[in-house]
Ligand binder design. Structure first.
Ligand SMILES: [Zn+2]
Length: 257
């Protein structure tokens, strides 16, 4: 069963993975089909006029696509459409026809590229929702850190969970937070880097070490390399500009409540 193809049949041709945070669908036996809205909502993007352009990147890689914001804050996105039947700001109902499967943008053969995004606009695995309702809208925000030794971003950690971001004994070169404004003190350069707004960018200079973190309206703590966790910092109940860290001491992990 499918809630995104009109004839309620679908076959996954390319599944969800970190390099492809979506599922690609065709109708059974590689046939095309009309695309329907998984759930009702408001059309936030209805892109048309994009040609078939294999290898294109960025937004052009989607080709013609529709993005819908649902009442619970989640989004669904339908890409590579041949035809788009809806307009921006239009309200659509669950199951309403919104377009037709195609291969516009960066597509090799006609298929639907289907994404589900959480309320902070991050792509989550759509597979459980192909034949089910979206989550109830409880918002989970995430953060992640960049490991200077492994030279890569570590997995997402949910804000408020018991987990932390980082690897003890390594150092972090960047922190990304979904929800809060953040800035870090670059240990190598010896000064605070500019504030970064939620989910637009990360704080840090990848490869440089961090020895101070400040997050607006959050409660958080940092772990020192070859040391321990420093006390929790909550800027809102601190009369000064509280920050977590000790200048000159490398931070290797962070936890955000
Ligand atoms: Zn895809």
């Amino acid at each position: 069963m499918s809630r995104v193809l009109y004839q309620a049949e679908n076959q996954i041709t390319n599944g969800y993975k970190s390099s492809h945070p979506a599922v690609d669908l065709v109708k059974k036996k590689n046939e095309t089909d009309t695309i329907i809205a998984h759930t009702g909502g408001i059309v936030t993007i209805a892109k048309t006029g994009v040609p078939h352009d294999p290898g294109s990147t960025g937004n052009r890689s989607y080709g013609n696509f529709v993005k819908i914001k649902h009442d619970n804050g989640y989004y669904t996105l339908y890409a590579h459409l041949k035809d788009v039947y809806v307009k921006k700001d239009q309200r659509v109902n669950t199951g309403e026809k919104i377009g037709y499967m195609g291969e516009t943008g960066n597509a090799y053969g006609a298929h639907l590229h289907f994404e589900v995004r959480n309320p902070s606009d991050r792509r989550i695995d759509p597979t459980p929702y192909l034949d089910a309702n979206l989550p109830d809208g409880t918002i989970t925000y995430f953060y992640q850190s960049y490991d200077n030794v492994k030279k890569k971003w570590l997995p997402n950690v949910a804000i408020g969970s018991n987990e932390y971001a980082g690897n003890f004994k390594n150092s972090m070169g960047g922190i990304y937070v979904d929800k809060y404004k953040i800035r870090v003190h670059d240990k190598t350069k010896g000064y605070w880097l500019p504030w970064v707004e939620n989910r637009n960018d990360y704080a840090g200079n990848l490869g440089n070490e961090i020895d101070g973190v400040q997050i607006e309206n959050a409660t958080y703590r940092v772990h020192l390399k070859n040391g321990t966790w420093l006390p929790w910092v909550s800027k809102t109940d601190d009369t000064k500009d509280g920050y977590a860290g000790i200048y000159g001491k490398t931070i290797d992990a962070i936890q955000i409540k």
